[in-house]
Design a protein around this ligand. Structure first.
Ligand SMILES: Cc1cc2nc3c(=O)[nH]c(=O)nc-3n(C[C@H](O)[C@H](O)[C@H](O)COP(=O)(O)O)c2cc1C
Length: 248
């Protein structure tokens, strides 16, 4: 007999719109922040940078790392799946092996550009794996929560989207703490999985280089170095449906 056929059990089940009797509803005031608080949030968003080279070598205090991880863990996730894990890598030897994996993939990436563009690519520094005192590998366990996860059924990629939300939370919290973060994606995933013993069903979403910084670029480094400009926001906003746009 299912719960729906059992009148006693069915009556005992709260309806979707009612909180269980006696339980606090957990609703709290949610007005706008004060001007100072708002400015701090926007300042973190606007001045966050991808850092490749400005890392100081001094280690980050455990309590600070914990705050960054708490910020990441507060991210939204599909069906509250929380598919992330955070692998903290401090050992120089491990970071050296990961750098070798980056280096090999970076050589391959470089060959995909021609002429001046290739020479330009070669001059860019695209990681801080050896320089930053801490790396955090953020993964997505595609099996967490079982085979059917609320909200993910029609778009399995939402587990990875959720993990990216955790990355961004950590990145913004780090900015507020005076800590730089650089996202490295130039490697063959299997190479890093082998180094860290990550199982088959777990995806690597981000390799983050993390460390204190005293200076940051005031605009994306790739723009400073002439690789690519920020697109005008107005060209990216469409009213009520898709509109024709030039190639960007
Ligand atoms: C998914 C993702 C992967 C990235 N991978 C790399 C990378 O491998 N190497 C690198 O130098 N920057 C990487 N970046 C950083 C971007 O280049 C950077 O966000 C962009 O140039 C804008 O600069 P900003 O983050 O300082 O505003 C990555 C960013 C994202 C979101």
């Amino acid at each position: 007999m299912s719960i729906l056929d059992d009148p006693i059990a069915a009556n005992a089940t709260p309806s979707l719109t009612e909180a269980p009797s006696g339980a606090p509803d957990h609703l709290v005031a949610a007005g706008a922040f004060s001007e100072e608080e708002r400015n701090a949030v926007y300042r973190a968003i606007e001045t966050r940078r991808d850092v490749r080279d400005q890392f100081r070598p001094d280690p980050l205090p455990d309590a600070l790392v914990r705050r960054l991880l708490e910020a990441a863990h507060a991210a939204p996730s599909v069906g509250f799946m929380q598919p992330w894990n955070f692998l903290l890598i401090r050992q120089q030897e491990t970071r050296e092996r990961v750098w070798q994996a980056f280096h090999q993939a970076n050589e391959e990436a470089c060959r995909m550009f021609e002429g001046d563009r290739r020479a330009h690519y070669q001059r860019l520094k695209l990681e801080g794996i050896r320089k930053a005192p801490l790396s955090i590998c953020i993964t997505c366990d595609t099996t967490r929560g079982g085979p059917v996860v609320l909200g993910r059924t029609h778009n399995p990629a939402t587990d990875v989207y959720s993990t990216v939300c955790a990355v961004q939370n950590l990145w913004l919290a780090a900015r507020a703490e005076g800590v730089g973060v650089g996202w490295v994606s130039i490697f063959h995933e299997e190479a890093i999985k082998a180094i860290l013993g990550i199982p088959e069903h777990v995806k690597i979403v981000a390799w983050l280089c993390v460390g204190y910084v005293d200076e940051l670029y005031d605009m994306p480094e790739l723009a400073v170095k002439g690789w690519r400009e920020r697109l005008p926001l107005d060209k990216l906003v469409f009213e009520e449906g898709w509109q024709d746009c030039e190639d960007m």
